[in-house]
Structures are given as C-alpha cells and as structure tokens.
Design a protein around this ligand. Structure first.
Ligand code: ATP
Length: 593
C-alpha cells in the first residue's frame, strides 16, 4: 500500500506534512502533484518536516506526500563517467531532453539512462562464491575508464546465473545468487547507494603517496597525498576556481568528480563549456572521458546544493572501490555551508556563530572524513582525495567555515589578495599555507624523483622564511644598509617566487612534471650555495646579480618539459660565470694589497 501524507505548510524548501508517522528519518519522498523530490529531515509524531530539492513554488497545503521507502540515494553504474548531473544525481542532459533548456520540475527520480546499451564482460561464472567487492563484470565505459561492476558490500553467496557477454541495457539484472541463508537474490546492473552513508572499506592506509598535480607550489612546496584533504580558501577573485580547474585537469587521478556547488551560473557555464573541450594530457583524449560534473548553481534550490556534496562523494567512493584514485573538487564549501544555514534558519533552529547551525563543524568533519587511501572490500587499492574551495566573506580567514574547515583538513592552500593583485599566480601564500603531508610523501619523492628532494625543499623553505625577516628590515630601513649575505637571501627568494612559485594556468607552463619542479628548485638552491661562498669571500653581490646567467634563473620555468637536459647546460654556464666572477674579484683584491 502506498504510504501517503498531506502538506500542512510550506516555507521555501522546507515543507511540513501530516500523516507521516510511518516514514523513516531521511526517507526520500515525492511531494505534490508534480512529484517534487524531497527527504524527511525531522519527525514529530504524525508530522514531519521535509526538505525539497526542487523549487516549491505553486505547492499547496493538502497536496500529497508519498514515501519512496529509501533514503536519498544515487544510482551507480555505467553512464556516470562524462555525465553532468544535478545535485541529486539526475543527468542534466536527460532533464533537458524532457523539458527543454529551462529545466522543468518534478517527475520523480530518474537517474542514468537505462535505455543505453553497454557491452558487458562477465568475470565470474555459475558456481563461483562471491563476497563483498568481488569483481563481477567489466564495461568499457569510456576509452579512459573501465567500469568494474562489483558485488555490493551487503551481499555474498554462490553465483546461480550471470549476464552473458554482450550488449545489455541498464534494466538488465547482472547476477542471481544464493546467499548464506539459502535465499535467492538478484543484483541489478545499476546499483543504488544512500548518499549520506560512507561506503565501507576493508582497511584505511597511510597517505604516503603524493597526488601529483603538475603545480610547482603544490608538488614542490605544499604537497597533497592521495586520499588527502585540502582546502583552498581565498577572497573574491583570488583564483579558487582557476586553481580547482588546474587540479581537475592536471592531477594524476584516474577520475575527477567536480562539484560546482552554489557558484554563479556563468562560472558553471565556463566549466561546462571548457571541460568538454579539454584534452587529457596523458592520453590526448577528451578530459570528460574521466570526469563527472555535478552542477548546482546559486540559483538552484538550496536543499539540492546541500545534497550535491554527498552525491559527489558517493560517486567518488564508488569508483574508488573499483581500485581507482579519484580526486573530488568542491567549489565552494562556503556556499554549501550557506545552504545549511538557510535551511537551519527556516527550521527555526538556534543559530551558532554568524547564523550557521551548531552542527556546521560536525557536517564539515563528516564530509572530509570520507576522504582516504584504502584497501577496498575487494582487496584493491583506491583513494578519494578531497579538495574544497572556501570563500570567506571579505577574505577573512577567521570566519566560521574557514576556521572549522582548518580543523579537519591537513593541507591549507591560502590564496592571498596581495599576491593576486600583483598577478602572482597561483596566489597561494608561501607563508600562510601549510601541508602536513610534506613529511609523509617525502620518501616517495626521494625514491621516485631525486634523493635530494627533501634537503633541497628544506633549503627553499629556510630561504623563504629568512626572506620574510629580511623584507621586514628592508621596509624599515631600506635595502642599502643590509649586508650582502642578507641581500643575497632577498635575491634568491625573489628568484624562487618568480621563477619557481609562479605558474600561469593558461599556456605552456600550466603543467610542470615533478622532475622539472625538482630541477628548478635544485638549480636555484645550487646557485644560492655557490653565491653565498663568493659573498663570504667578499665578492660584491652586485657583480653576481648583474650576470645574465643569474637573470636566466628567473626564466627556468620556460624550459620545455621535453628539454630537461638543458638544465645541465644552464648549470655549466652559471658555474663558469660564477667561477670567473670569483677569480677576477680575488685577483683585484690581491692587486690592491
Ligand atoms: N593560476 C592562474 N594563472 C593565471 N591566471 C589566474 C590564475 N589564477 C587566477 N587567475 C586569474 O584570476 C581570475 C580570478 O580567478 P577565479 O575566478 O578562479 O577566482 P575565484 O577566487 O574563484 O573567484 P570567485 O570568488 O569569484 O569565485 C581569473 O579569471 C584569472 O584571470
């Protein structure tokens, strides 16, 4: 029998209904004659409060509310990769086909195109014993992604029948099995999973491997681990979106889930236009063949925005379980927190800081906790790396969302207004950012890129922090009164900032492999050490600074990736120039004596 209640009151996305005593907390419902989707978020006896994921305009008291018998869930299966979904996992393409460019409302929950045929390659046969995570079949979903159909976490048993090799549509049943209690169970090709429940894993692993991003300031200075958690906070227009796009394009994750969460429509349009035209740098294929976009712009309903984060996470975990490294970008978590605030306000909850609900920190924690590098139920290695943009109003990093986010992330790439204004991009502050993964991933870089990785990086860090002190003195008394050793620090720091940390997102320098990142760092540090020796022997810094070989250090990043050998050439020229400066100067010194 259909379980049905009636609407009593409507307040924006929040609806009060009666006759819902038998409904479960967080159960999905269809509201009104248009069958708008919603979920139960509070229960008070026979009455319940619902949040509706679609525009509630025109809804009337007395209209029906029907229970769907499951919590908010997303359909998982072939067809996800390359899709553009709304906040609750419905493909926008299909919605547009149904209602035109001005998306209509309602119509219940239709996720993934069930009419599409997929070529299925079964990996088990009749009589096999299968457990959670067992690989059942594969589908070549896109040229870049093999979709692995696994047994869900709550099933096990003996295979009675499996879909034969060949083309099948999304309504097919993949498998029939007999479980431990002798019951027959049927597994559909398309599975469903409640978005607010983390998918189980066998074991969590330490974050020892870096997620290479091709961005020097990240890989070389504030690295992130596979399965790590990072935040990109920054005021208006400081480059959060561009940085997220860079990571989506260039990081060496096999799959990217990009959640445009509450951003302006035109920014999302840019993503929707740009991503399908981008090429995957490794394969030359369209980047969309390994990307899933979730679009929930600022003019879409707030409840769907709140849900979009979980929809994205669940999809990311699903692909992680197949043994993939997945990177999830959320732009921006502040807009998500604002959705929480709006719904909480309509529920008349007692607000905490700046109107945000008291549970803001726990919701942020729940989100970031779902990241990690794991052994999956099927025994594979996979990871979900979470990178959330934060847009603090006025660029104030002490506001609640930034402050609480800092408690749960381990990598903080702070975008600074002054740097962005000076067109120093990416505007990631080298003083206010940090990465707690630097020590954990160092052994990886030392064994895969260069054994000197850590020591060179330490020297760069030391130089930049010493430069901070030198700059304070320069501001007070000017550069002229400083001893040459300190002016050398300022010179090398400026080479590091311009030649190493700056990296344009548009152009040939957009991607920098770690070998080049190291080569640049190392050559600058090498120069510093040689120049320091000369300065210690009273060679004036002026002579060193004016050398064109030193000027060339500012432009190391222009060297093409294919031409890394020319770093050696530059080193030799620099060496011989410094050698000459040294010997000439010492000779002058002797003559004077
Ligand atoms: N790495 C980069 N290379 C070149 N230009 C950049 C880079 N990062 C940012 N920019 C420039 O800064 C502008 C603003 O960046 P972006 O839109 O990412 O800011 P935002 O912080 O996301 O802004 P909003 O607060 O509006 O969402 C870009 O249009 C671009 O011109």
């Amino acid at each position: 029998m259909e379980r049905q209640g009636r609407i009593v009151a409507i307040n924006g996305p929040v609806v009060r209904a009666r006759g819902l005593a038998g409904f479960a907390m967080r159960e999905m419902v269809e509201v009104g004659p248009l069958r708008l989707l919603g979920e139960v978020i509070r229960q008070e006896g026979d009455e319940a409060i619902l949040q509706v994921f679609e525009d509630t305009q025109g809804l009337l008291p007395g209209e029906p509310v029907v229970g769907l018998g499951e919590p908010l869930s997303v359909t998982l299966g072939p067809g996800l990769v390359g899709a553009i979904l709304d906040g609750i996992g419905r493909p926008l393409g299909a919605l547009m086909k149904k209602s035109g460019p001005f998306l209509g409302r309602g119509g219940g929950l239709e996720q993934l195109d069930e009419d599409r045929n997929w070529e299925i390659f079964p990996q088990v046969t009749k009589g096999d014993i299968v457990t959670a995570g067992t690989l059942l079949a594969t589908v070549k979903e896109t040229p870049l992604v093999e979709h692995r159909l696994l047994l869900p976490p709550d099933m096990e048993g003996e295979v009675l029948e499996v879909l034969p090799q060949g083309f099948h549509d999304g309504r097919a049943s993949l498998l029939r099995l007999r479980d431990g209690f002798g019951r027959e169970r049927v597994l559909p090709l398309m599975q469903r999973w409640p978005v607010r429940r983390a998918r189980p894993v066998r074991q969590r692993l330490l974050p020892e491997e870096p997620l290479l991003t091709g961005q020097r300031v990240i890989d070389g200075y504030f690295p992130i681990a596979r399965g790590g958690v990072a935040a990109i906070p920054g005021g208006f227009g400081t480059g959060k979106t561009v940085t997220q796009h860079q990571l989506a394009k260039w990081s060496d994750a096999q799959l990217v889930v990009y959640i445009g969460c509450g951003e302006r429509g035109n920014e999302m349009t840019q993503v929707l236009e740009e991503f399908p035209s981008l090429e995957d740098p490794k394969t030359g294929r369209p980047l969309m063949e390994r990307t899933i976009l979730i679009a929930n712009t600022s003019n879409m309903p707030v409840a769907a925005r709140e849900a979009s984060i979980y929809t994205g996470l669940t999809i990311a975990e699903y692909f992680r379980d197949m043994g993939y490294d997945v990177a999830l970008m959320a732009d921006s978590t502040s807009r998500w927190a604002e959705a929480l605030r709006e719904i909480s306000g309509r529920l008349e909850e007692i607000p905490a800081e700046e109107g945000f609900p008291a549970y803001l920190p726990s919701r942020l924690a729940e989100f970031y906790e779902r990241a990690g590098r794991v052994t999956t139920m099927g025994g594979e290695r996979g990871s979900v790396t979470l990178i959330g943009a934060v847009s603090p109003p006025g660029g104030d990093f002490t506001e609640p969302v930034t402050r609480h986010t800092k408690r749960f992330i381990r990598c903080f790439w702070a975008l600074e207004r002054d740097l962005a204004s000076a067109r120093h991009y990416p505007a990631i502050s080298w003083m206010n950012s940090y990465s707690e993964y630097a020590a954990e991933v160092r052994p990886w870089f030392e064994s895969h890129i260069d054994p000197r990785w850590g020591s060179v990086q330490d020297e760069v860090r030391r130089l930049l922090s010493e430069d901070e002190r030198v700059q304070q003195v320069i501001q007070l008394v000017g550069e002229d009164v400083l001893p040459d050793e300190q002016r050398l620090v300022a010179l090398v720091a400026s080479i590091i900032k311009i030649g190493f940390l700056q990296q344009g997102a548009f152009g040939p320098d957009a991607f920098c492999p770690p070998a080049k990142t190291f080569a640049i760092m190392e050559l600058i540090v090498h120069f510093y050490r040689r120049a320091r020796d000369l300065v210690a022997k009273d060679v004036p810094l002026r002579l060193i600074r004016e050398a064109k070989e030193v000027e060339a250090l500012y432009r190391l990043r222009e060297i093409s990736v294919a031409d890394l050998a020319s770093f050696e050439e530059i080193r030799l020229k620099l060496e011989s120039r410094l050698e000459r400066i040294g010997t000439e100067r010492l000779a002058v010194g002797r003559d004077r004596r």
